[in-house]
Design a protein around this ligand. Sequence first.
Ligand code: DAK
Length: 258
Amino acid sequence: MEMVLYEATGSIGTITINRPKALNALCSQVLDELNEILDQVDLETVRCLIVTGAGEKSFVAGADISEMSTLSKEEGEAFGKKGNDVFLKLEAFPIPVIAAVNGFALGGGCELAMACDIRYCSENALFGQPEVGLGITPGFGGTQRLARIVGPGRAKEMVLGARNIKAEEAYRIGLVNAVFPAEELIPAVQKLAAKIAGNAPIAVRAAKKAMNEGASLPIAQAVVCEEKAFGSCFATEDQKEGMGAFLEKRKVTGFVNK
Ligand code: DAK
């Protein structure tokens, strides 16, 4: 592993896309390494994942244009599938994933951020789907996830116009949850990750799963996802501890992930 780094500190894991000379562009090797790292995360101890980019300039400046430039139609489809498979894995990852967007998030970079559950960014972040200017469509979910996050009109303006937007606009349209000065980004993301990691892990996972699964369903079916998630928590020790602490007017002594 060299193009993607992974470090776990306590209950928080951090994945860093590590190709700063190419502004962390996503080549096949990056996608393969990201895929392998996701398989290796120790879900017994890690309760929240952070994804960021190496260096101060870029989160991910897109899929690797040099690598893509010579692809055939079949190879293009295979490359798109490779990216989509790993982004789907990230989206459905059992624990929450926060994108710390520390600069350019263009093309595949914007798509990577959108496959995460929550996005915080630095003031120098730039988001966009510039693909139609390169003669291609977005290929790692940009034609689908962006509209679900910011609405079809704004998504089409960005995708069809290849219009990049700065951090403040990304915040205004709901593409990111919060914007920070560059040096405050990682501490802010770590603080949120610690807050998430401190909550009942089974309930956190179940809530994420219910929200993801319900998002594409009619509301009457979507609430069934919630009913199942809610019910499953009553078989856990953490529910007994959480509610017990409230009733006994004391602090939670610690969730045991059971
Ligand atoms: N790919 C490869 N190399 C990249 C890159 C990229 N996306 N972005 C930057 N680099 C490299 C540059 O080539 C340069 O390398 P050297 O020349 O030093 O060797 C180095 O990073 C530094 O970049 P710059 O010198 O250009 O730095 P600047 O600060 O001047 O400009 C920039 C930064 C981000 C504005 C600029 O680099 C830029 O415009 N980059 C390209 C951004 C972009 O268009 N991204 C979208 C890529 S397309 C699909 C699958 C996937 C996709 C689509 C379809 N299917 C299978 C259907 C995804 C597509 C994309 O993501």
